[in-house]
Design a protein around this ligand. Sequence first.
Ligand SMILES: Cc1cc2nc3c(=O)[nH]c(=O)nc-3n(C[C@H](O)[C@H](O)[C@H](O)COP(=O)(O)OP(=O)(O)OC[C@H]3O[C@@H](n4cnc5c(N)ncnc54)[C@H](O)[C@@H]3O)c2cc1C
Length: 450
Amino acid sequence: MKYQLIIIGGGPAGYTAAETAGKAGLSVLLIERNNLGGVCLNEGCIPTKTLLYSAKTLDSARHAAKYGVVVPESFIDLPKVIARKNKVVRKLVLGIKAKLTNNHVTVLPGEAFIVDSHHVRCADEVFECDNLMVCTGSETIIPPIEGIKSVDYWTHREALNCSQLPSSMVVVGGGVIGMEFAAYFNSLGTKVTVVEMQDEILGGMDKELSSLLRADYAKRGVKFLLNTAVTALAQDEEGITVTYQTGGAEECLVVDKLLMSVGRRPVNQGFGLDNLGLELTERGFPVVDAQMQSSLPGVYICGDLTGFSLLAHTAVREAEVAVHHILGKVDMMSYRAIPGVIYTNPEFAGVGATEESLTTKGIKYKCIKIPMAYSGRFVAENEGVNGFCKVLVADDDTVIGAHVLGNPASEIITLAGMAIEQQLSVYQWMRVVVPHPTVGEIFREALAAL
Ligand SMILES: Cc1cc2nc3c(=O)[nH]c(=O)nc-3n(C[C@H](O)[C@H](O)[C@H](O)COP(=O)(O)OP(=O)(O)OC[C@H]3O[C@@H](n4cnc5c(N)ncnc54)[C@H](O)[C@@H]3O)c2cc1C
């Protein structure tokens, strides 16, 4: 059977490409070996945010008295939290299935194997295509720490389904996934220690705001070991013994559970990608152009497999761009304004350049940092909570970066993302009328202060 487009992988990149191409009338085959929705829907973005919302609701109940609301008793019903998370995932996966069906996409469950750029095998059948899109995503990195094989450690998958709260845990890696789980288990009452090799958590995000978020969680009982590397692991009836190197000394602690979250790597082996002989970057990722086309015409690479940002929203946009190229529409991928969000409580979000990235590149910039208390709505809804907004502006007054620590950073960061993507100047952005009172007004306050 011949298709105009075969897509391998049904995560955000794959299902977006399939829906967009199907809607445009292309014949599309999507091959997925697990569940439609990929990591994002089944074990990533959506389940983590569903759990974190339960944790946030618990936090709100605990702090209700600050808002004049009496909540006599608040506690977590963990099996119910997990059941709700599963229900949310099921509902959204069904939604993806329905969209693909409505757009006449053929979905084939199974493991795809690339024969060449026009042929893909699944089970015993070989399918032909005009265009091939590879969206196989990424997987958890398990570092080769001494003793790791003898330890019953968690990755995000086990942590998502934990229905009996551990009394203590070590989170190895203070990146986005590590910090979101640290926040979740801290709210629920687990004694959490985050071990991070770098001198600050959340590498790649604004360092100053990262340290403020860390200080906030430290006050709530999370212990942070920075510049620290886990060197050995062992397990007995007492729990998991974590040995780590910090400041030249070797120390250890014993915990109930250990969550491994040191990063993710693209899935690029075992399914014939090598057969294509694609040109690779120095880091081993397939080279793609601004239309997501690889060095082989008609072969597109989208999502985490590109190794660019490992974020679902990047994957979605890359897939749209690739399909537009197949359809002959003018479009190109831009990485100027990819927002990054950590759904802790408070949330932390950033888009565009950071002070650190600009300093490394030797680019001059102006920076304004104001407290979130400049927003009336923030003050109304955040009793006794601090937060900050930082805006970075180039010498020619173009807005190039924005960073927010405070709720709802995940929602308002889009305003800054649009300004940065459109390369608005401070004055152009100031002309946009925003509703009052909203937390998004914080950007106007920052620009006015600048
Ligand atoms: C715990 C966690 C939390 C996250 N939270 C967020 C968040 O809040 N926001 C955000 O933007 N991102 C988040 N991410 C990252 C996000 O999930 C990924 O960036 C996104 O899923 C990438 O989409 P993708 O389509 O490239 O790949 P994936 O979603 O990984 O999908 C790839 C699919 O390809 C399939 N596949 C692989 N090989 C084959 C084969 N040979 N044959 C058939 N099928 C195959 C896989 O089964 C998989 O379903 C999170 C990730 C994790 C792990």
